[in-house]
Structures are given as structure tokens and as C-alpha cells.
Write a protein that binds this ligand. Structure first.
Ligand code: TYD
Length: 144
């Protein structure tokens, strides 16, 4: 579907959780638990207090962002609307569609931000300047 990207296309997905006395386990499978095929996984850790990550948009990348440990906030912005999603459980994932400006803030001590991504790392997929992002999103649609 090719449409203007909106923060309302992003959503929190409740992931499965296998619970037993010795702990919990969450597993993710392409297209079953998450709405895209995963080509890359990365994680942010040792984020210093007060640091902010993100501050960019992607042209084609779909992502699922999980607070694998601790918590942080994700600010989603489509140029018209903004919302803040707090991630604080390893069994919730925030699905972020292409074309959304995002900032990650308020990392707790020891937080781990796990990101599953639909594409391999591609520097050309990034828009790192907010004014350029607004211009790009006004002139382009995104495949969602
Ligand atoms: P960046 O995506 O800007 O991180 P964040 O959004 O968390 O602030 O990436 C930070 C650096 O890491 C940048 O130099 C590119 C590099 N990087 C990779 O080499 N591979 C990857 O998969 C990612 C996400 C980043």
C-alpha cells in the first residue's frame, strides 16, 4: 500500500510470552509475530543518562523496537502529529513504519533497546535533517 506515512500507522504489538517459574521467554517469527521479514537486528546499550538516540527517519525501513531491558520513550513524529510511546516491557514491540521521524529519549540505567529491521543497514535510507524530512515527506509517499 502506498500512502502518506502517519504516526497512526505505528502501533504497539503485544508479543508472546512463555512464562514458567524459571523466567520468561519471548520469540518472534517473520510475518507471524511481526508484519515484515527481518533482515537485521541491532541493539543499543550502555546509553548514558540524558542521552538521546534516533533523530532521523527512514525512507523504506520497517522496524520493531523493543525495550529488552529497562525502559525508554520513543517520540514519533510524522510532520503533522506527534506521540510519545513508553516502552517498558520486553513483551511489547513498537512497530514503526517507513517515513516517521523518531527520537529515543529517557533511557533508564541499563536499558537495552532491541531493534528488528526489515532491511540491511543502508546509509542512503536515512533522513537525518528534520527540515529535509518535512520536505521529503510532503513530496513522497511511502510503501507501508
Ligand atoms: P544510528 O542509526 O544513527 O543510531 P541511533 O539512531 O541509535 O542514534 O547509528 C549509529 C552508528 O552506528 C552510525 O555510525 C551507523 C552505525 N550503524 C551500523 O553500522 N549498523 C547498523 O545497523 C546501525 C543501526 C547503525
Amino acid at each position: 500500500m502506498i500512502i502518506k506515512s502517519s504516526i497512526y500507522n505505528c502501533c504497539v504489538i503485544e508479543l508472546n510470552k512463555v512464562h514458567n517459574r524459571s523466567g520468561n521467554l519471548t520469540s518472534l517469527e517473520d510475518n507471524m509475530d511481526i508484519p515484515f521479514d527481518v533482515k537485521r537486528l541491532y541493539y543499543l546499550y550502555d546509553v548514558p543518562g540524558g542521552a538521546e538516540r534516533g533523530g532521523h527517519a527512514h525512507k523504506e525501513l520497517h522496524q520493531l523496537i523493543v525495550a529488552a531491558s529497562g525502559c525508554f520513550d520513543v517520540v514519533l513524529d510524522d510532520g503533522k502529529n506527534k506521540k510519545v510511546v513508553e516502552l517498558n516491557r520486553p513483551y511489547y514491540g513498537l512497530y514503526v513504519v517507513p517515513g516517521i521521524w523518531r527520537e529515543l529519549i529517557n533511557f533508564s540505567s541499563g536499558a537495552i533497546c532491541l531493534v528488528l529491521a526489515s532491511e540491511k543497514y543502508n546509509v542512503d535510507d536515512y533522513i537525518r535533517d528534520y527540515n529535509e524530512y518535512i520536505k521529503y515527506s510532503n513530496e513522497n509517499s511511502f510503501t507501508i
